[in-house]
Every structure is written in C-alpha cells, then in structure tokens.
Design a protein around this ligand. Sequence first.
Ligand code: ZN
Length: 139
Amino acid sequence: MQINNFYNEILTEHNVRPEYKREMEDADLVLEGVNPSCGDDIWLKLKLDGDIIADGAFTGDGCAISQASADIMLGLIIGKKKDEALELGKKFLKMIQGTATEEEIDELEEAGALKDISHMPARVKCAVLGWRTLDEMFK
Ligand code: ZN
C-alpha cells in the first residue's frame, strides 16, 4: 500500500521536527495515553485559559504515526475551545473509519494526511492515540 507522497512528507516533517514535543512544567491537564499493541506511550499536556486551549505539548515515545499524529493534533487544537477540539476529534475518528466527508477531512487540515490509515487497521490505534487521550482528558 502506497501512501501519497505529499501526505508522507507531512508525516515525516512532524516526526523529524515536531513542533509540540517538549516539556511543559505548568500544564493544567496531564494525561498518559498508551497503545500497547504498538508500544506507543505519550503524555499529553495542556494549558487552559477558561474554555480555550491556550497551549499544549506532548512527550513520550512511539512509532512515527503516533508521534506525527499527536503533533499535528496539537497544532490544530491550540487556540480552540474545548468543544471545538472534541468536535475535531470526532471528525478525525470518522476519517480514520473511512466515513468522513471531503468537507470534514478539509477541516482537519494537516491531520488529513492520516486519511489513508483507514486502509491499515494495524496502525489505526497509533493514529488515534493523541485524539483518544485528548477525549479522555476532557471527560
Ligand atoms: Zn504506533
């Protein structure tokens, strides 16, 4: 199965030079997300300003897909309201299940690069790890 080169480049870029993979000492919310089937293990950290996600970061280890997906997710949700972030998470899940519309995929911006994961069942848990952790965090 060949992944579109353009998408592949986005994933590689976020994996090699993640923007949000860093320590955050004064986070308001911290939660570990684990995907035992691959060995992905991340710590998601967010700073909140009322209902707005003011800043975010992650640390941990895992495969290229889990790390790139978490980095892309943070780029999308920082500056957004909690509810908007959760809504994006739902769209991401739909995309991974292959049921999202083109419009919904467009709203996911760079996260749309993970669209083809829907054809790779073994990697689905890697791709959704960051989003799943975010969802649990807000529950
Ligand atoms: Zn993985």
